[in-house]
Design a protein. Sequence first.
Length: 493
Amino acid sequence: MSLPMFIRIAAGSARRPLSLVLLAALSPLGALAQAPADAPRALGPAPSAQPATVGAPAPGTQRTVTLHEALSLAAVQSPDVAAARAQAAVAAAGVRRAWTAWQPELTVGAQYVHSSAEAQLDLGSFVGLVAGVFQLLPVNPQLVPEPVVITARNSQYASAQISQPLFTPAGVFLLGPAKTGAEAAELGALEAREQVLLAVARTYLGLQGIQQLMDAAREAESVALQREGEAKAQLGAGMTVEAALLRAQSETAQARVQLAQLSGQYAQLVALLGALVGEPVQPAPFEATGGPQWLSPSEDQSPWEDTYAVRSASLAVKANEGKVTYDLFSWLPSVVAQARGLYNSNSGFTGQNTTYEISVAASMPLYDRGQRYAALAEDRARLAQAKAQYESARARAHANWVAARANIQAAEAALAQAESQAQLAARVQKQVAAAFRAGMSTSLEMSDADTRRFLAASSAAQARATLEIRRVELAGAAGRIAASLEQTQQGTP
């Protein structure tokens, strides 16, 4: 069942350190974190004294939705989910096709024939001819039958036939595999829905992570503008040199560059979110306590065995086993009962215009040019492939579950460390600012403290978004994203 490439990428990114969406969103900050705090920066024109608005998302027609609302919309109207459901419907139609092996066949036909000459059988003329040749006694005219019309100038014919299979190998052995295949296709559609919902959650949480990064960048811009104003005042009083002003202006420009880059990435991911959901939407502000309560079964329940992908692969094995069984018994005879009714406007010798026939026929294929053996070899190969795919699906599901559990623990530890660093960096910034106003620290120390606070706040934002993504990935590894939505809608604890 094919889906767009971004869903397959989203499905396979559970084993990565960060989600694909979040990595794309946070790449500028990663480059910033690798740079030294006092690295030289390119100088440009002095920025204005007012905060820039380039980093703010441009207002549009998107409506703001929560994560639960975005997932609910995607489950109902996502084009990829609709395509998966249509594919499952195609497989379900195969069950109805399999039932046709037991259903009767009814045909009717009618014909009108006009002939330039009438065809009839005249026994009187034939008898008179024979008597004349052999010089027999005259024949009694009353004993000579009237001429029989075989085909009149205008004739009408009609027929009706019904055939009812009484026994057929296809009807006995292929109905079960068709039903099993339809169930496997339905589970495949549900697995596709899970992957779409996982991609929606990753994109949504990645956007919320960008929002937090933009808040940190705006705060950095505001602080940089404040430092720029202080440097101008000190430069006017002769208390500092122009290098301090250039450093403050460089910090302001860098914050605005970050805002511009984040704004472009935000617009890109908003468009991707709209494509996944099925309509233009944008995320609500991040709330640590909001969102669905993800179902996380314990490991002793083996939740990876209950995922839609594993269950679908298991049913695919059963369906292929049924096809192999059919190939082994397709030599059995087929028995069909037929009833046919005929109408002929020419009564002929019977003297009746309507007749009927009832028959029971049996046919057994003795040799069909080797097609049955070729089909058997092909279906056995497909059965082996289905078994291998089932084992592969189980292994991948187990690996995804183990990775998701490990990633959650790592994300929780990273978040605790990042928040601690952010709090420490905020205190250090306040202390350095107080010392700078008292003349006990330099502008270089102020710039270093501001940069470290911005990096710490950015790391905390990344860690919060990453932890939420890991939680939804754990639910996805157990195939419980849609079930979590249903539980939240029902309001159960």
